[in-house]
Design a protein around this ligand. Structure first.
Ligand SMILES: Nc1nc2c(ncn2[C@@H]2O[C@H](COP(=O)(O)OP(=O)(O)OP(=O)(O)O)[C@@H](O)[C@H]2O)c(=O)[nH]1
Ligand SMILES: [Mg+2]
Length: 249
C-alpha cells in the first residue's frame, strides 16, 4: 500500500473514493493511449517484483535488436539508476520519481510525456515500480502488459498474486541461466500456474545474461509493433483526437 494514495486500505481510502480515483485514472490513461496510437508506438507496461530483471531485459533487448527503436520511462521511488543504466545502454530514458508511491498512474505518465515531447520510438516501455500488486490496477494507456517473473521467485507467484498475472498479456520468465542451479524450479510448473490465472497464457523463458530466449521476445515485440502501426494507419478511434502537432496535451 502507498502512503500517497492509500490504495488497498479501506480505512484510508473508501471503496467509493477508490472507484473514483480509478475512473479519473482511466480517463487520463485513455488520453495517453491516444498519444501512443497516434504515433504508431507499441506502449508496454513492464511490471514485476523488485529485481525481477526488468531493466536488464531492456538493456538486453537493445543488444538483441539494435534496429528496433526503444525508449523507456522508468518508475523509481528514489533514484534515477534505471534510466541512467538504460541511457548508457543506448536506450533513451527518463525517470518518474514516485517518492513513496508503490505504482505509476496515468497522470504521472502523462506529466512525464509533457516533459519529454521528443520521446519517440517503435517500442515505448514504461518500467513500473517493482511490485507484484498495485501496478496492475492502474491503466497507464499502454497497448499491452508484460510481467517479468524471475526463476528465483518460485512457481507459486502466479497463484499468490493473481491480479498481476490476470492482467498480463505476456509473462517473461527471466534469469533462465540460473535454472541449472535451481533444482526445485521447474518452468513447466510455472507455466501451469500461469494457465490457471492468465486469460490467454503466454510465457517466454529468457536470460538477459546469455541472450537465450531473446529472439522469441524480440519477435513478439516486432509483431505487436506492426499491429500498432497498422492501427494508426487505419485511423483507430482516438488517433485523430490528438491535436495536430502530435504532442500530448
Ligand atoms: N543471472 C542473471 N541475473 C540477472 C538477469 N537479469 C537481471 N539479473 C540481475 O538481477 C538483478 C536485478 O536486475 P534489474 O534489471 O535491476 O531488475 P529490475 O526488475 O529492473 O529491478 P527494480 O527496477 O529495482 O525493480 C541485477 O543484479 C541483475 O544483474 C539474468 O537474466 N540472469
Ligand atoms: Mg529496474
Amino acid at each position: 500500500m502507498c502512503d500517497v494514495c492509500g490504495c488497498g486500505d479501506t480505512n484510508i481510502v473508501s471503496e467509493d473514493l477508490h472507484e473514483r480515483i480509478l475512473s479519473d485514472n482511466d480517463r487520463v490513461a485513455q488520453h495517453n493511449r491516444e498519444h501512443f496510437t497516434h504515433r504508431g508506438m507499441l506502449a508496454l507496461n513492464l511490471m514485476g517484483s523488485p529485481g525481477a530483471g526488468k531493466t536488464a531485459l531492456l538493456e538486453a533487448t537493445r543488444r538483441a535488436a539494435p534496429d528496433l527503436r526503444l525508449a523507456a520511462l522508468s518508475g523509481d521511488l528514489a533514484t534515477e539508476n534505471d534510466a541512467t543504466r538504460l541511457e548508457a545502454a543506448g536506450v533513451p530514458a527518463r525517470t518518474i520519481t514516485t517518492g513513496t508511491a508503490c505504482h505509476l498512474d496515468a497522470a504521472m505518465v502523462h506529466h512525464a510525456l509533457h516533459g519529454w515531447p521528443e520521446a519517440e520510438g517503435d517500442v515505448f516501455v514504461i518500467e513500473n515500480v517493482g511490485n507484484l500488486v498495485c501496478p496492475a490496477i492502474y491503466d497507464l494507456g499502454q497497448t499491452a502488459n508484460v510481467v517479468a517473473l524471475s526463476t528465483t521467485e518460485g512457481p507459486d507467484k502466479p497463484l499468490k498474486y493473481p491480479v498481476m498475472f490476470k492482467a498480463a498479456d505476456l509473462v517473461l520468465l527471466t534469469k533462465a541461466d540460473l535454472l541449472p542451479h535451481l533444482p526445485d524450479i521447474d518452468p513447466k510448473r510455472i507455466a501451469d500456474a500461469l494457465a490457471r490465472v492468465m486469460p490467454e497464457p503466454r510465457m517466454i523463458t529468457l536470460s538477459a545474461v546469455t541472450g537465450a530466449g531473446m529472439e522469441e521476445w524480440v519477435d513478439w515485440l516486432r509483431e505487436r509493433h506492426t499491429e500498432a502501426r497498422t492501427e494508426r494507419a487505419e485511423g483507430a478511434p482516438g488517433a485523430e483526437a490528438v491535436v495536430a502537432d502530435g504532442n500530448v496535451h
